[in-house]
Design a protein around this ligand. Structure first.
Ligand code: NAP
Ligand code: ZN
Ligand code: ZN
Length: 349
């Protein structure tokens, strides 16, 4: 039997999100059904519903930072039981079969259907996926994460996207003691980058538009904080970093940031602005620097990140909101007025 659940959806690129209902599928033999308790608001939700990444398939129920409690499991499910605290991130399925899926890199699935996004994508049967701004969801057990007991569900939610999106490149490019890491943009992703990189032992610098959030940045674990609106920042810090993680949701002058890398340093693009950015060849070639990118993380790495956060007491700074506040929350995210992740209490839908 399908289940009707309350949700918040966007019906067009310009309309505000409004309350609605959606149907969740029957719990199949390998499915886990859970009550969503909290859902984080990621800037990607805004890019998607406003059509900045191409026309969305409306109505769209956004939300891919989902945390809740299991209410039912299918007959063949072995990994979860009713009552378990679980989460779902940016995807709910993939081909399960290609080289990348086999390697646990489901986010880079190259098989049929590819990575099936938690919303604005399709299930295997072709029906649209709908995300976490809703009260329940049904997901194949292999795409569900376990939330460690020490992490409250509201703080767990943002880890499922913002957390793993920073954890994965920090691990891949070996952030740790003796490595200088800069995080550009102190928003939802950026503040997790500061906390995680500091927990890994790296020396962290925040590059923010202004010094408004400096006290926060230092409290979160950064050793240094600079304003990118000050041209002196770019002369002072030239050639300083092993790794720069760009989390900015708008276009930046990439050349200016590449110049801040040491020889062989890497700038990793994590922000996904609507428009393309130019890459000037001289700052790249001159110091054998690399420009790369990274997208969320696979299932095994997401679980590893959750366990790391429990062990190192790393959780996001959140503002829990009622669902009816979602449209204002979007405006505040767009104005860089978020400290540092909005999380919807789904009981208020
Ligand atoms: P967010 O909370 O809005 O943070 C973005 C930050 O970028 C802002 O807080 C602000 O930091 C800075 N910023 C915004 N506009 C700027 C501008 N015009 N110039 C310079 N800096 C600006 O957003 P988020 O949720 O962290 O997401 C950030 C980006 O990452 C989005 O594009 C999102 O789609 C993308 N994303 C990518 C992945 C992935 O897998 N790669 C995963 C999730 C999200 P300051 O005020 O400190 O300057
Ligand atoms: Zn996200
Ligand atoms: Zn695959």
């Amino acid at each position: 039997m399908t289940q009707t659940v309350a949700a918040y959806a966007a019906t067009s690129a310009t309309a505000p999100l409004t309350k609605t209902t959606i149907e969740r599928r029957d719990v199949g033999p390998h499915d886990v059904a859970f009550d969503i308790k909290f859902a984080g608001i990621c800037h990607s939700d805004i890019h998607t519903v406003r059509g900045e990444w191409g026309r969305a398939n409306y109505p769209v129920v956004p939300g891919h930072e989902i945390a809740g409690v299991v209410t039912a499991v299918g007959a063949e499910v072995t990994r979860y039981q009713v009552g378990d605290r679980v989460g779902v991130g940016c995807f709910v399925d993939s081909c399960r079969d290609c080289e990348n899926c086999q390697a646990g890199l489901q986010q880079y699935c190259t098989g049929a259907g590819g990575m099936r996004g938690t919303y604005n994508s399709t299930e295997r049967d072709g029906s649209p996926t709908q995300g976490g701004y809703s009260q329940a969801i049904v997901v194949n057990e292999n795409y569900v994460l376990r939330i460690p007991d020490s992490i409250p569900l509201d703080k767990a939610a943002p880890l499922l996207c913002a957390g793993v999106t920073l954890y994965s490149p920090l691990r891949h490019w070996k952030a740790g003691p003796g490595r200088k890491v800069a995080v550009v943009g102190l928003g939802g992703l950026g503040h997790m980058g500061v906390k995680l990189a500091a927990a890994m032992g790296a020396e962290v610098t925040v590059l923010s538009q202004s010094l408004k959030k400096m006290e926060d940045g230092l409290r979160l674990g950064a050793s240094h904080y600079y304003a990118t609106s000050d041209p002196d920042t770019f002369t002072k810090l030239a050639g300083s970093f092993d790794l720069i993680l760009n989390t900015v949701s708008a276009n930046l002058n990439l050349g200016a940031y590449l110049n801040l890398l040491k020889v062989d340093g890497t700038l990793v693009e994590l922000g996904m602005p609507e428009h393309a950015m130019e890459v000037p060849p001289f700052p790249l070639a001159g110091m054998r620097r690399s420009l790369s990118g990274s997208m969320i993380g696979g299932i095994p790495e997401t679980q590893e990140m959750l366990d790391f956060c429990a062990e190192h007491d790393v959780t996001p700074e959140i503002e829990v909101i009622d669902a009816s506040y979602v449209n204002e929350a979007y405006e505040r995210v767009l104005a860089s007025d978020v400290r540092y992740r909005f999380v919807i209490d789904t009981a208020t839908i």
